[in-house]
Design a protein around this ligand. Structure first.
Ligand SMILES: [Zn+2]
Length: 419
């Protein structure tokens, strides 16, 4: 499987442009030019330390003593819950055979957000600040995201970006841009498959190697993640918690990911955005804010995000990265990047400064992986208030269906593989 990765990523990275800088890549606006393959030496040189791209991980790589040691340190205490499928694919009776009492707090079954195993942190599915949107995008980095990221920059808007490990390896400069722009980067697994359909070791490896890929490229190790399709239960929550990853879900879904596969129309997606805006007007978020599932998946989803930003900004009092909504001022293991507190972020926004304290200092030259030299000015570190409990507030309006997401993922990963 490692040979597969070497061939696929090497083919992607070595075919044409040699080592463009992040600034050169950021300056491109034609999607075809943005998505032309390029070489990025820190990734090319590290391929043997990563599993095959675009396919479910088979487990911890042979000889990876750091990963094995970490997994061995807690594996005996993982809740004894059986995987719901094999190699990231659900068994056909996964839901029909599951007890109605939902003993494992399986989100896919009933959108459970409060774990039943003692000691597990509750999921995050909204933000505690009233009339506030926790703003995030799944499935990046997308090779043609410059117009979208330029737009966010023009609005001094930061967001939470949930990155797929395979995509980070294919689009390292795009991942680096997200870090340098000051966005909050979270893990969205290595291969984007349902996590409850993996073994313990596979689930660990899906998270571990994505964390390593983001660290390799940006210099930062994330402390948050989002399960593909929202598929998480107490077994997976336990594994993620041992990796210091907060679990971020949602209660609203734009279903923007469905358009590429023909399962939804743009008009229907617009209605989903409009319904969120309407709920602000109805007072739905007067006590607790919102999180909606939206995507960096393709040019349509990104343009739709741009088109709707003014409406969201007019409706909500504040739009912030999820970490800012929780005053999580240090979003990475490394301490040389600081997110503003909520008060700092909105204070800065009110003063026209928008994004708070993360001034990107892209230097023009290539950024060495692992150096953590991308951005970041400390914005102070005293949270003004503690985050509220997740799981309250707006009712769940929509949820994902399995088949649709798998189609969209296959398209995403397939596109990445052939680019
Ligand atoms: Zn996703």
């Amino acid at each position: 499987m490692r040979t597969t990765l070497l061939l696929s990523v090497a083919a992607h990275l070595l075919v044409s442009r040699a080592d463009p800088t992040v600034d050169q890549e950021n300056a491109l606006l034609d999607p075809t030019a943005e998505c032309a393959p390029y070489n990025y030496a820190p990734v090319t040189n590290a391929l043997s330390a990563f599993p095959a791209a675009g396919t479910p991980v088979t487990g911890i790589l042979a000889g990876d003593t750091a990963a094995q040691s970490k997994f061995d340190s807690f594996k005996a205490n993982i809740p004894n819950i059986a995987p719901r499928g094999v190699n990231g694919v659900f068994a056909t009776n996964a839901t029909s055979s599951y007890p109605a009492t939902d003993p494992d707090c399986w989100w896919t079954f009933g959108q459970c957000l409060t774990p039943k195993v003692a000691g597990l942190k509750p999921d995050i599915a909204d933000v505690p600040e009233p009339r506030t949107l926790g703003y995030g995008f799944d499935d990046g980095p997308n090779c043609s995201h410059n117009a979208f990221y330029d737009y966010l920059t023009s609005k001094k808007q930061k967001a939470t970006m949930f990155f797929i490990g395979t995509n980070v390896m294919f689009e390292p400069l795009q991942a680096l841009r997200a870090a340098q722009d000051g966005h909050e980067i979270c893990v969205h697994t290595w291969s984007h498959h349902p996590m409850t359909a993996f073994t313990n070791e596979q689930a660990f490896a899906e998270l571990w190697y994505t964390m390593q890929s983001i660290k390799l490229v940006t210099g930062y190790t994330p402390t948050c993640w989002r399960p593909p399709q929202g598929d998480v239960d107490d077994r997976i929550r336990y594994i993620a918690q041992q990796l210091n990853l907060d679990n971020i879900l949602w209660k609203y879904d734009a279903f923007d990911w469905k358009v590429a596969s023909g399962q939804a129309t743009p008009a229907e997606v617009q209605t989903n955005y409009d319904n969120l805006v309407a709920d602000v007007g109805k007072g739905t978020f007067d006590t607790v804010g919102a999180i909606m599932l939206t995507h960096e998946l393709d040019n349509y989803t990104m343009q739709t995000a741009i088109d709707n930003y003014p409406k969201l900004a007019a409706a909500f009092d504040h739009i912030v990265p999820v970490g800012v909504g929780y005053n999580k001022t240090q979003p990475y293991v490394e301490k040389n990047f600081t997110l503003p507190s909520f008060a700092q972020y909105i204070g800065s926004a009110a003063a026209g400064g928008g994004g708070g304290g993360n001034s990107a200092s892209s230097s023009g030259g290539s950024t060495k992986a692992g150096s953590g030299s991308g951005s970041n000015t400390a914005a102070g570190s005293s949270p003004s208030s503690s985050g509220g409990a997740a799981g309250t507030g707006a009712a769940i309006s929509v949820r994902l269906s399995f088949a649709g997401v798998l189609v969209s993922c296959a398209a995403l990963l397939g596109a990445a593989l052939v680019l």
